[in-house]
Design a protein around this ligand. Structure first.
Ligand code: SF4
Length: 345
């Protein structure tokens, strides 16, 4: 059945906003909505459309070319800075009728030259529609233009081979880093769970080409899922050892309520999959923790055999239980808010 995507022009809202990612300060999204329609995608929680389901709509930020220069020339971005208790004229904290403290939102300005920008936090910036609209390319052309203040570092999150068409610009960004996702399933399963993305072999080749171009690549192996991801451990560790990216990140799936129900529906269509076993493991906290430990141990033993091939690659395990990232080589938690900044200084 042919797919229909609802394509509209996005409202002319601010382009650079506060980043929710710990190791970036500000973010930029050239599109709203995502045609890749990954069934496990949690962004469906936040970005909705009254006329189309998640994955079937894309809003194009056509104002990128005119508005981004203005936002950069301002030199700073105003962002929220938590809530503080409101103080009355007499210097005491104000309370509401029920006696509870009244809070007010506070703000701060982040200088562009001191900030780390990430592109593609809510939506992959290399949408299939990018071939036509080139909003991402427009953003990159503006970001590398020395007429404007330059960010300290720029990261790009994507899983699309279209990133290759912008290698010339990405290389000119300040401290560029591409966070490239390779989804850890066999291709026939990926087809069900990510209807429009490229097969794994194509994605590994994209990573090779980015690396050959001298761009720092952070590979996201995500989201890891019981049964679906188990058969690939040794093969993928081998590929990663050969490619030797700057770092890679192994991230087990979080069964968020809304995304999990879409994921569950899709999984029931995968031929031969014992879905109940996947579900029962993921929804039982103890079982899932046990499974994650076993998966990590298998990854670790495969990795240790080959670490001599990629001594400079940083392997990271995403530990959701403790809300931290773990350097697999030392088993120590990392400061992910500053992660990667030392090398860029
Ligand atoms: S590519 Fe990213 S934003 Fe798009 S559907 Fe997949 S997980 Fe969501």
């Amino acid at each position: 059945m042919a797919r229909h995507t609802l394509v509209t022009v996005a409202p002319r809202t601010a382009l650079i906003t506060k980043s929710g990612f710990s190791n970036y300060d500000l973010c930029l999204n050239p599109y709203v909505g995502c045609e890749f329609k990954c069934q496990y995608c949690y962004v469906r929680f936040f970005v909705k459309d009254s006329k189309a389901e998640w994955g079937d709509f894309v809003r194009v930020r056509e104002h990128m070319g005119t508005q981004l220069p203005k936002e950069l020339l301002k030199g700073y971005v105003k962002v929220t800075d938590g809530k503080k208790k409101e103080v009355g004229a007499d210097g005491t904290f104000l309370r509401d009728e029920e006696g509870k403290f009244i809070f007010k939102q506070t703000y701060k300005n982040l200088n562009i030259t001191d900030s780390r920008l990430v592109i593609g936090t809510m939506t992959d910036p290399y949408q299939p529609k990018e071939v036509k609209y080139r909003i991402m390319r427009t953003a990159l052309q503006t970001l590398v233009d020395k007429k404007y203040p330059q960010f300290k570092k720029v990261g790009i999150f994507t899983r699309s081979p279209l990133v290759l068409q912008d290698i010339d610009l990405i290389k000119q960004l300040p401290n560029p880093r591409v966070h490239f996702t390779v989804t850890p399933y066999h291709d026939e399963i990926t087809r069900v769970l990510e209807p429009l993305t490229a097969p794994a072999d194509v994605r590994w080749n994209v990573i090779r080409r980015l690396k050959e171009a001298g761009i720092r690549v952070h590979v996201n192996v995500a989201p890891v899922v019981p049964i679906l991801s188990e058969h690939l451990i040794e093969k993928w560790v081998e590929i990663l050892s050969d490619i030797a990216p700057a770092e890679y990140f192994v991230d087990p799936m979080q069964p968020y309520q809304e995304s999990f129900s879409a994921f569950a529906q899709a999984c029931t269509k995968i031929e031969g999959l014992d879905w109940t076993q996947v579900r029962d493991t993921m929804l039982d906290k103890d079982k899932y923790l046990e499974w994650k430990q076993q998966y990590r141990q298998r990854w670790e033993s495969a990795r240790k055999k080959l670490e001599h091939k990629c001594p400079d690659t940083l392997p990271i395990w995403c530990d959701h239980e403790f809300g931290t990232w773990v350097d697999m080589r030392t088993n120590k938690s990392m400061d992910n808010s500053r992660y990667g900044d030392e090398e860029d200084a």
